[in-house]
Ligand binder design. Structure first.
Ligand SMILES: Cc1ncc(COP(=O)(O)O)c(C=O)c1O
Length: 455
């Protein structure tokens, strides 16, 4: 995709059922870690060889629509929730509900322990410190927090922020707003025909000497591309700039050690990671967070307030104004417990094998084109595609008649759609609970859709 490397802000460019709360993987440990795409077109129904086989933990998967079982292939938008998460939130409200950080009575102390205990679990899940793990409303708010609280104080005229053409709007618009307000430049790393970015271009951007921060996704929500994040962070740090990673499509699907990656900020969102809506996470480097002014102000984030002014609470509370999402934190804590118990290596193996299978089966549909890297190894658990002669919304609508849930549209990545030369794609995305038969149902629904269109 050939677009200019330096855009101004605003330029749109180019085996066994498991008990709730006790997930267990099957004994496929001897299966190869990487299954490449050589499944036959009429492959057996049922679990992958690396199956997690956890469908029974997800109550919603028993639903039917007009007699057709629910085939949920929209985990990229939001994941379904295991019973253990739902029960943890219920138990919190039934047994422990009180406001946090302000009560001396035992019930309030239990609520405190539940909230900050969840923070410790969530931080540990990605190898970070609880004290520098901030709960937000979602990843969008986490990125905005950095763009406002760090950006407004550290980015000025003549400076640049760099992001990529494949970002979700959540990792574009806050930087556009920042650059507009501060007279800075926003530049984009290009996406090539294979759906990859070029590290040499990153080096060139950094060599310009004006870059303050580079913000990029770990896994593209449209292309599926997995970016070489640790390598990118090393180059960015060597150039004296800061890095922010949007881990929304990574943390739920693969092992992530945010400390080992080494970014200055790492953000993700709870509802895509088997947790509830209303909670996101920002991990930040302590020395930077300490220097930053607060983002939102009010209760809980202060040390003291007088009529003249205020001083700030310690980390992480300085960035958590007002009553936080307590039950949601408890739910997210239960979600990471669940994922940890499954083992993130096995989650990734399962989803990679399923993605390879999906890529092979989608290739059977005439006129279908998948965007992004062809190899399952290079992508997260999703495939965005077009079918010649059908609009993406028709694809999704016809699939839904078979009970198959896929997403259609621009996936909050309108600039990338322009690079791809399409207005919309359909996207199928998998989670821990998907099996091969879901992919088979998807392919059948696409073939049926083509027949409706007499293609
Ligand atoms: C890569 C990526 N970043 C950011 C977001 C925004 O997530 P949220 O709406 O939870 O803030 C999404 C959601 O689709 C996403 O896929």
């Amino acid at each position: 995709m050939s677009t200019s490397t330096s855009q101004q802000p605003g330029d749109a460019v180019a085996g066994e059922k498991l008990r709730a709360g006790a997930p267990r993987v099957d004994s496929g440990a001897s299966a190869p870690a990487t299954q490449t795409s050589n499944f036959g077109p009429t492959s057996n129904f049922g679990p992958t060889s690396l199956s997690l086989d956890v469908r029974g933990d997800f109550p919603i998967l028993t639903r039917e629509f007009e007699g057709k079982p629910l085939v949920y292939l929209d985990s990229g938008a939001t994941s379904q929730k295991p019973r253990s998460v739902i029960e943890a939130m219920d138990a919190y409200y039934e047994q422990r509900n009180a406001n946090v950080h302000r009560g001396v009575y035992p019930l309030a102390q239990e609520a405190d322990a539940a909230y900050d205990g969840a923070r410790a679990k969530v931080a540990r899940f990605v190898g970070w410190e609880p004290k520098t793990t901030i709960f937000t409303k979602n990843v969008t708010e986490a990125i905005n927090l950095v763009a406002y609280a760090w950006g407004r104080a550290n980015v000025g005229p003549g400076d640049a922020v760099v992001t990529t053409q494949m970002e979700h709007h959540a990792n574009i618009v806050p930087w556009q707003q920042l650059c507009k307000a501060k007279g800075a430049q926003l530049r984009y790393l290009e996406v090539d025909e294979r759906g990859e970015i070029c590290l040499a271009q990153l080096d060139r951007e950094l060599a310009a000497g004006d870059v303050k921060l580079v913000a990029f996704t770990q896994v593209s929500n449209v292309l599926g591309t997995i970016l070489p994040v640790a390598e990118m962070v090393a180059r960015i740090r060597a150039a004296g700039a800061l890095s922010l990673i949007d881990g929304a499509q990574a943390v739920p699907h693969m092992p992530v050690d945010a400390s080992a990656i080494g970014a200055d900020f790492y953000a993700w969102t709870g509802h895509k990671a088997l947790g509830p809506t209303g909670i996101g996470v920002l991990h930040g480097r302590a020395e930077i967070l300490k220097e930053m002014e607060p983002f939102l102000t009010g209760g809980d984030m202060i040390a003291s307030v007088s009529f003249e002014g205020a001083t700030w609470n310690e980390l992480p509370y300085k960035f958590e104004a007002g009553t936080p999402p307590i039950a949601e934190a408890v739910g997210l804590g239960a979600a990471v417990d669940y994922l940890q118990e499954l083992g993130m290596e096995r989650v990734r193996d399962h989803e990679r094998e399923l993605t390879a299978y999906m890529m092979d089966r989608l290739a059977e549909v005439p006129g279908l084109r998948v965007v992004g890297p062809p190899e399952a190894e290079r992508r997260g658990g999703l495939a965005s595609f077009t079918i010649e002669g059908m609009h993406a919304h028709d694809i999704a609508e016809l699939a839904s008649r078979e009970g198959v849930c896929v997403r259609a549209g621009h996936h909050c990545a309108q600039p990338l759609m322009r690079c791809l030369g399409v207005s919309a794609t359909a996207r199928a995305s998998v989670g821990v609970y998907n099996e091969r038969q879901d992919i088979d149902a998807l392919v059948e629904s696409l073939l049926a859709g083509r027949r409706v269109f007499e293609l």
